[in-house]
Design a protein around this ligand. Structure first.
Ligand code: 13P
Length: 287
């Protein structure tokens, strides 16, 4: 069922595990993430960047597809449909389209403006039963045109945003969207611990989940991370499996060119990757 992310994240924070946000790009992606979640009996968050929403022809199409798919696939686990790194305008577009959760990324504004816009959006979201994620500091790298410098969040600013009653808080702790460079310094656990100290039980969000070593993910969860976002890793395994299919000439034999066959290995790879991450985050059996 489609739900806000509030309850699943509160349970995760209390139970010391994390719920995965897996970004979706098209029908296949959505189907694979839902299939993995149901098989793992895990709660799940479907992340939609503005770029992916546009690619799928609009947020309305995405919401209609997800709702219908949850029903047609008999999905029983809690599913949140969440805007990833939304602007102020995109948040309203997703509320109107029927999303169950939004992220307002006001991290590039001065803190006063981030606070003012987040205050308004929290109020609107909660009145309509949606959850809201806010951001302080910034996630390095680039995701669908959203570029961040990667500065670590100020724990006092995190507290100011948390006190607005947001449901989850993304705080920059040296994490980066996309692949991590060879010389990456790792996550700043001092920053994370200082933030946790200030914000208490607030579920924290770890963006840039692709390529973070397992032990760092576990440590981050032990320090209050209750949601981990994964996007690039599913794209990489999908591309690799699809390339192998083509390189093996499978599209040239029989009806191997049928898109349902051509995309099948890539889809299986996504399901396996999502299940692997759910195991890592500890959300299996927590639906
Ligand atoms: P990755 O693409 O690095 O997994 O990051 C995903 C993410 O943080 C979505 O907001």
């Amino acid at each position: 069922m489609l739900v806000s992310a509030t309850e699943m994240l509160q349970k995760a924070a209390a139970g010391h595990y994390a719920v995965g946000q897996f970004n979706i790009n098209n029908l296949e992606w959505t189907k694979c993430v839902l299939k993995a979640a149901e098989e793992c009996q895990s709660p799940v968050i479907l992340g939609v960047s503005a770029g992916a929403g546009k690619y799928m022809t609009g947020f309305g199409t995405v919401a209609a597809m997800v709702k219908a798919m949850i029903e047609d696939m008999n999905i029983t686990v809690p599913v949140a449909l969440h805007l990833d790194h939304g602007t102020y305008e995109q948040c309203y577009q997703c509320i109107k389209a029927g999303f169950s959760s939004i992220m307002f990324d006001g991290s590039h504004y001065p803190i006063e403006e981030n606070l003012a816009k987040t205050t308004e959006l929290v109020h609107v979201a909660h009145q309509l039963g949606l959850s809201l994620e806010a951001e302080v500091g910034s996630i390095g790298g680039e995701e669908d045109g959203v570029i961040g410098a990667g500065e670590c969040a100020d724990p006092d600013e995190c507290k100011m945003i948390a006190d607005l009653g947001v449901d989850m808080l993304a705080a920059g702790i040296g994490n980066i969207h996309g692949k991590y460079p060879e010389n990456w310094a790792g996550l700043s656990f001092e920053t994370l611990a200082a933030i946790k100290e200030k914000v208490g039980d607030m579920p924290l969000v770890l963006h840039g989940g692709t390529g973070i070593p397992d032990e760092m993910v576990h440590k981050a969860i032990s320090l209050g991370v209750a949601k981990v976002n994964v996007n690039t890793e599913c794209q990489l395994v999908f591309a690799e499996a699809t390339r192998k299919y083509i390189e093996a000439g499978k599209d040239l034999s029989g009806k191997g060119f049928d898109p349902r066959k051509l995309l099948a290995d890539g889809a299986t790879a996504i399901v396996e990757k999502v299940k692997e991450k759910m195991e890592l985050f500890g959300s299996v059996g927590k639906a």
